[in-house]
Design a protein around this ligand. Sequence first.
Ligand code: SF4
Ligand code: SF4
Length: 363
Amino acid sequence: MKHNKYSDLKILAFPDKIAAFQEGRITAPIYVRIKPTNRCNHGCRFCCYSDGTKRPKDRADLHLQASMHESMREQDVMPLAKAVELLNDLRDMGTKAVTFSGGGEPLLHPEIVAIMNTALANGLDLSIITNGQLLSGERAQVLAKAKWVRVSIDYTTAKQMVDSRNVADRSFDQVLDNLRNFSKIKSSDTDPGINFNVTGYNYEGLLPFAKTLKDCGVENVRFSPVYVSNFREYHEPIAPRVREQLREIQAICDDRFSVNSTYDLDSPSKSPNRAFTRCLYMQTVPVVGADLNVYACHNTAYSEHGKIGSMRDRSFKQLWFSEDAKKAFCSLNPSVVCRHECANHHKVELFNTLAHASLDNFV
Ligand code: SF4
Ligand code: SF4
């Protein structure tokens, strides 16, 4: 049976964490997302880490505004020694998994091979979200041992890629070649997938491009609406056509190739309104930035309101169990500060429900 890798219910495999929610104890995070560098080799129009002034520098007028991550500094790169210290702490604390992602392009970190090898040697499940441009050579060899590799794509043709990402024409074929080659060397339990960001510029041709990705050895494509601050107004004109194509794409799914969609304009994740006043997700899946700050989650990374603390002068473990972190865990009120996308809205609701549920035997 093929299991749903995007299920919100995975927390049920961690009864100790649920007990910690119930008892108000701080325990180690289960899974940590790490942003090793904020530098990038692409300059995307939709990059939520930029307002068009940081990246790409001369295209601010074309940039789709997400109005998040306002304190990202493009020059930040996590030093190797700090990355190793972090991964050793995660091993010692019993954390299970890590994802390397942006900020920038994680495979651009000059020591990413050593960092990913340290994660594997420490027994952490490895995964990455990358633009795919550098998914080759030694980097691909290490990622062949990862649990999953997701390439972010927002184009169906070379022209769209050039216009959207400010890259050379050959990049399109390079990314597809990298996917093709990676599917041949990856281990049998590595899931090569695509995060397809649907925009007003790329929403036609989804079916033929999904077929191309399948032929390249991709096993899953997840279609998501690009997040912009005028979300509904932006997506409403294109939504009927996107939904039509997503229905057609089901015809090419089989035991080896699946499609998921979060293309739902009514999803509470995309609304700026959060009805809850605390977030236990931040104690479960925090983010470590290239600026050596620990943040509540992916959506609050590089923002003051999401900051748990800095590990510049202390280790991750020292910070995580400090009074400063406890204060941040208690004071972050999502109904006030998370007035932007919250990709984990449903999980936050579920974790809050579990924290209050009686777990007696009368099921
Ligand atoms: S590849 Fe990712 S991090 Fe780089 S510019 Fe594009 S969206 Fe931003
Ligand atoms: S409520 Fe959502 S956006 Fe806010 S800190 Fe929690 S996971 Fe992040």
